[in-house]
Write a new protein. Structure first.
Length: 189
């Protein structure tokens, strides 16, 4: 399963199901200024496309937002930004650093051996330094650069995939969780 998403090196996780996650999300978003959401994934690997799917759903819900640089789009008036990094999160490092966020939330599919569609807040030390994935540079390397250059708190939201084989579209379970997460994100913004 690690071919399209990151496989956790540990299975120690902070949230055990989607319902408690909604409350934990409030804590993540408690300071609404200067928060950046980065979505990661590959639309052509089924559930690995959950990050870009969330990006599109949040953007559609928020209407016609003007583009800023690259994939960066401001959300509302609260200095929130959402960036779709796709399969190359290393390409958005400069954009994120230039925005000087206080918090960064990375949304990606993650194989933590949960139920398909399950969402977890994943500690940084549970993300492998090297991984077999669609990302060119491992996420811990990217987040270390971002943390060093911005001082931001970084959170990973991992969504357990059902299928990451070549193909378009999300499984029913992952789509349901992604849609719920989109509603929560837009309600918190």
């Amino acid at each position: 399963m690690a071919d399209g998403c990151f496989l956790l090196k540990k299975y120690w996780l902070l949230a055990i199901s989607y319902q408690p996650l909604a409350k934990k999300m409030l804590n993540i978003f408690n300071d609404i200024k200067n928060t950046i959401i980065i979505t990661v994934g590959n639309d052509f690997r089924s559930d690995d496309g959950v990050g870009p799917y969330i990006y599109r759903r949040v953007m559609f819900k928020n209407g016609d937002c003007p583009k800023r640089s690259g994939w960066t789009v401001p959300l509302f008036k609260h200095c929130h930004y959402i960036i779709n990094a796709g399969i190359n999160p290393e390409n958005i490092i400069d954009d994120v650093i230039n925005l000087r966020p206080k918090k960064i939330i990375i949304i990606d599919c993650a194989d933590f051996k949960g139920k398909p569609g399950e969402i977890k807040i994943i500690p940084e030390d549970a993300i492998p330094e090297t991984s077999i994935s669609t990302h060119t540079i491992p996420m811990p390397v990217i987040t270390q650069i971002l943390k060093n250059d911005t001082g931001a708190e970084i959170y990973y939201l991992g969504i357990q995939p059902k299928n990451i084989e070549l193909g378009e579209g999300l499984s029913k379970e992952v789509k349901k969780s992604a849609d719920s997460l989109c509603r929560d994100i837009t309600s918190l913004l």
